[in-house]
Design a protein around this ligand. Structure first.
Ligand SMILES: *Cc1c(COP(=O)(O)O)cnc(C)c1O
Length: 366
């Protein structure tokens, strides 16, 4: 039987080919595995048109480990971060920056608006101590798309350095070093690249990394050391996520075969549209206005009905082979449906049918 469809922000549904790529054991010292690492690093740099100026530092762990490593390594100990927040992932960056003992100032836009570049420009003028700015490309807690091109322009104009958490956007939304200035972009294996969970990676300006020796707060989350070791030996510092790497390589082959980022974005956009329209036909409303909605994950208002209960709804859709995701908002009761993963129109229809079935069982007539 097919696994349940994961309509979640990751881990997400992977293809059979990607899963099958994990049926081998790899020695961490072996030249085949080193070649795999080198090739993956190059392919990831190529995805942002990073050319000679950027390098890829992969890191064991989930995406947050890579975010923490990037902030801790790239910021000098006396640096100050301006953290742009419009949801839980932005808040998480502010929190981890504070925990590792770097100064952080938060610019909060609430949960229902995109980051406003004009306010970022003002904040940079009013606080000259700021050295770095962090922004989330697609704020996965709501699905909001942030205007990173305009943000990168004001950050560059102020002479500051930009760190982009592109976790849920990388591989689908546009992101190129040719038209965007940033010191680092962070993403992971298990979102739009449709690999399995277990590693993050940071695409860094090599010049920024070269200056980062001794800055990290942590041994294992030191990207500079990870990078130096990899450059010198071709190997990972500490046990590599061998199966995750093998799966990501095959996932990237499928990404290329599909037609790359543009084709992937087109598939996710179609998924998103089908979902929003199908939900509307059932009387369910998506949370965000169209202009803020990234085609990554859709937040949906919970039905205003006395029978509504997310746990019961979740169980009922699960019985139909569809896994949904709870909401993450403080201001409204919502749930979320992912548009990403190895899923297309047929799967969106299965999800919509499962939702209709669940509402009917719960006696919710909208
Ligand atoms: C998924 C995600 C992360 C990382 O989450 P992990 O659970 O640590 O993998 C970070 N930022 C954003 C925007 C994300 O979507």
């Amino acid at each position: 039987m097919r696994d349940a469809l994961l309509l979640t922000p990751g881990p997400l549904t992977t293809s059979l080919a990607t899963k099958t790529a994990m049926l081998h054991d790899w020695g961490s010292w072996d030249s085949n595995f080193n070649a795999l690492t080198a090739s993956l690093r190059q392919r990831l740099v190529a995805l942002i048109d990073g050319g000679e100026h950027y390098t890829c530092v992969p890191l064991q762990g989930s995406g947050t480990f890579a975010v923490e490593a990037a902030i801790g390594t790239l910021m000098p100990r006396d640096g100050k971060l301006l953290c742009l927040v419009n949801g839980a992932y932005g808040k998480r960056i502010a929190q981890l920056t504070e925990i590792i003992g770097r100064q952080v100032s938060v610019l909060d836009f609430g949960e229902t608006a995109a980051v406003d570049p004009a306010r970022v420009a003002e904040a940079l003028v009013s606080d000259p101590q700021i050295t770095h700015v962090a922004v989330v490309y697609c704020e996965t807690s709501t699905g909001i798309l942030n205007p990173i091109t305009a943000i990168s322009e004001v950050v560059a104009a102020a002479g500051k350095k930009l760190i982009i958490d592109a976790m849920s956007a990388f591989g689908a939304l546009p992101l190129s070093a040719n038209n965007l200035d940033f010191d680092a972009v962070i993403a992971s294996s298990n979102k739009c690249l449709e690999g399995v969970p277990g590693m993050g990676f940071v695409l860094c300006k090599t010049a920024a990394l070269e200056q980062a020796s001794g800055q990290a707060h942590s041994l294992s989350l030191d990207l500079y050391q990870q990078w130096r070791y990899m450059e010198q030996t071709g190997q990972w510092r500490y046990t590599p996520p061998t199966h995750v790497m093998a799966a990501l390589m095959v996932a990237l082959d499928q990404f290329d075969a599909e037609g790359g980022r543009v084709a992937r974005l087109a598939r996710y956009s179609a998924n998103c549209q089908t979902l929003i329209q199908g939900l509307q036909e059932q009387g369910l409303q998506s949370f965000l206005p169209e202009e803020l909605q990234a085609p990554i994950i859709v937040t949906v208002h919970a039905p205003a009905h006395p029978n509504w209960n997310f746990s019961e709804f979740y169980q009922l859709t699960k019985e139909r082979g569809v896994i949904l995701y709870p909401g993450k908002l403080t201001s409204a009761e919502t749930f979320r449906i992912g548009c990403i993963g190895a899923l297309g129109q047929a799967e969106m229809q299965i999800a919509l049918d499962a939702i209709a079935h669940a509402l009917k069982k719960m006696d919710i007539c909208l």
